[in-house]
Design a binder for this molecule. Structure first.
Ligand code: MLT
Length: 264
């Protein structure tokens, strides 16, 4: 098994730890607004997952391995337990962290994600995206993802956010990284049975214009996690953290402020 250290931002300081995991095909800058806003009270660790941004695309690519990479990063940073937040693919990794390394998880923030595994149609879409990336290149894949990821409000009223997201995806994505991650997501296990086992505080977040992981699915996830809450973000699609950064940060601040002081 290839060991690699995830490239990451670490805001440092003697504060409780918060790890924020990006989605597909993104890098750590997805969470830049939350990192900057929360750094006064939290040690915010924001990695580039395996194959994205400046972390090399070295196999193996599985969601479990992504979770193991994050656990190894925590170990390397000397952090015993952290609040783990993840958006979309980052949420898949956060749920895998709970399954494989739950002693490291103090609380969860699950944004615009889902617990269910891919069905046959979703697997076929992964295969089509892999073929698109390999045939037409990374920009073709990025344009496809961009259209689906951003909400109607952002696409019609906020060209600056559309352009920033495009730039973020271009700096994040390589053919090897996206193909590896698409295969990892296609093969990920169903995390639905895991939800009832979550014994730490959990905040679920979803943009009300998210068409990839819609509100009804996130509501079902929140209902399945004991004691969790759902925060619906108006005027945001699948990338709620970049489309409505202030609203997402405020929801996270309120949730993080409600947590009991860390014991480790
Ligand atoms: C993401 O934003 O990470 C993707 O939509 C996840 C996926 O394709 O399942």
């Amino acid at each position: 098994m290839t060991e690699l250290r995830l490239a990451h931002d670490d805001t440092g300081g003697d504060c409780p730890a918060l790890v924020l995991l990006h989605g597909f095909p993104h890098d750590r800058t997805l969470w830049a607004a939350q990192r900057d806003a929360l750094a006064a009270r939290w040690r915010v660790i924001v990695p580039d997952l395996r194959g994205f941004g400046t972390t090399p695309a070295i196999p193996p690519f599985t969601i479990d391995r992504f979770a193991d990479d994050v656990a190894a990063l925590l170990e390397g940073c000397g952090i015993a337990r952290a609040v783990i937040g993840g958006l979309s693919m980052g949420g898949y990794v956060a749920l895998a962290l709970w399954r494989r390394h739950r002693d490291r998880v103090r609380a969860l923030v699950l944004a615009d994600t889902r617990a269910a595994a891919d069905d046959e149609a979703a697997r076929a879409r992964r295969d089509a995206l892999i073929a698109l990336a390999e045939r037409d290149g990374i920009d073709a894949l990025i344009e496809t993802q961009l259209t689906g990821s951003l909400g109607a409000t952002t696409r019609s009223e906020r060209p600056d956010v559309v352009e920033r997201t495009r730039i973020m995806m271009r700096q994040a994505a390589s053919i090897a990284g996206v193909v590896g991650a698409l295969r990892a997501m296609r093969e990920r296990p169903d995390a639905t049975p895991v939800l009832a086992t979550i014994g730490v505080p959990a905040l679920c977040i979803v943009g009300d214009e998210d068409v990839i992981t819609p509100e009804r699915e996130m509501r079902a996830m929140a209902n399945a996690i004991p004691g969790s809450e759902l925060n619906v973000i108006p005027g945001a699609g699948h990338l709620s953290a970049v489309e409505q950064p202030v609203l997402v940060t405020t929801a996270m601040q309120r949730f993080l402020g409600s947590l009991a002081p860390p014991t480790t």
